[in-house]
Design a protein around this ligand. Structure first.
Ligand code: C2E
Ligand code: CA
Ligand code: CA
Ligand code: CA
Length: 279
């Protein structure tokens, strides 16, 4: 919870947030650690299946960054990716993670795809992107098996550059998914501007959906929109059978969430595929 300390300040009262102060310290510690860490050794990738209801099989696995620092312990990507972005360190991290994710995907049975999260910062310069595309070409994983997930952030608003970058990804044969759809302030205009192949409906529209008529209406509309636009649509954060039942009734087909599997270490993927794909 937020703690607001009150401090007398030149005859007035100024509010400061102790939480805010701690967060800044924490961020500084993360940045320091990111700069000095042996990231090649400390970063790993967890994989979570994206399930196709029509086939009952995993369509792809989403790669999710994991970082365990010797002193800080495990640090969530939701914490360290934004810090890395601000510190200009994200490109190096992306290259390490993409390399590791591709090395795993190369072992998976042919049709199973890889979905990989790119930061907007990875798309900000043509050279950075070219180096990522080179990794893909060297990996032997067919680009058609790869989806790049992008999230709109307020940071990068060079639409022309973003169009170029996503166009290059499509040119190579990769899919491009718009992540956390519906949570950004320009999701719909991104549909106009970018050559997308999928949208991913954010978990906040899914949690508790059986009791939330408004969430139901939103998801129904987003599914209709994706169908009209001939885009794939992944529904994220499915945790319960009840949620799944409603989502299927609304016409959802691609699902991801703890109900099917939590993100798992690379070593667990092949065993999971063997047992799950048989069932
Ligand atoms: P995201 O891309 O929206 O990823 C989905 C997040 O939801 C993941 O958290 C995943 O573990 C979690 N999740 C999946 N199913 C469920 C569910 O049923 N219930 C709940 N409560 N959560 C679920 P994670 O792994 O902590 O990643 C957080 C965010 O960090 C990601 O959100 C993404 O924005 C970012 N991220 C993760 N890996 C990378 C990466 O390699 N590169 C970049 N640029 N960002 C990454
Ligand atoms: Ca994602
Ligand atoms: Ca997401
Ligand atoms: Ca998210």
């Amino acid at each position: 919870a937020l703690y607001h300390g009150k401090r007398q300040h030149r005859g007035g009262v100024s509010l400061f947030s102790a939480d805010h102060h701690h967060r800044i310290q924490h961020e500084a510690a993360i940045e320091q650690a990111l700069r000095n860490a042996d990231l090649e050794a400390q970063l790993s990738v967890a994989f979570q299946p994206i399930m196709c209801m029509a086939t009952g099989k995993a369509l792809a696995f989403e790669a999710l960054a994991r970082w365990t620092h010797p002193q800080l312990g495990p640090v969530s990507p939701a914490d360290f990716i934004p810090v890395a972005e601000r510190a200009g360190l994200v490109h190096r991290i992306t290259r390490i993670l993409l390399g590791k994710a591709l090395a795993e995907a190369a072992h998976w049975p042919e049709p199973v795809g890889l979905s990989f999260n790119l930061s907007m910062h990875d798309l900000g310069s043509g050279e950075d992107l070219a180096r990522l595309l080179e990794l893909i070409e060297l990996s032997g994983v067919h680009p058609a098996r790869i989806d790049m997930e992008i999230t709109e952030t307020a940071v990068l608003h060079d639409t022309a550059q973003l169009q170029r970058a996503t166009g290059q990804l499509r040119g190579l044969g990769c899919g491009v998914s718009l992540d956390d759809f519906g949570t950004g302030f320009s999701s719909l205009s991104q549909l106009l501007a970018l050559p997308l192949t999928k949208i991913k409906i954010d978990r906040r529209f899914v949690t508790g959906i059986p009791d939330k008529p408004t969430s139901m209406k939103i998801v129904r509309s987003l599914l209709a929109l994706s169908r009209d636009m001939e885009l794939g649509c992944v529904i994220e954060g499915v945790e319960t059978r009840e949620e799944l039942a409603v989502l299927r009734e609304l016409g959802g087909n691609l699902m991801q969430g703890y109900l099917f599997a939590r993100p798992m270490p690379a070593e667990a993927v092949r065993a999971w595929l063997e047992s799950a794909q048989r069932a």
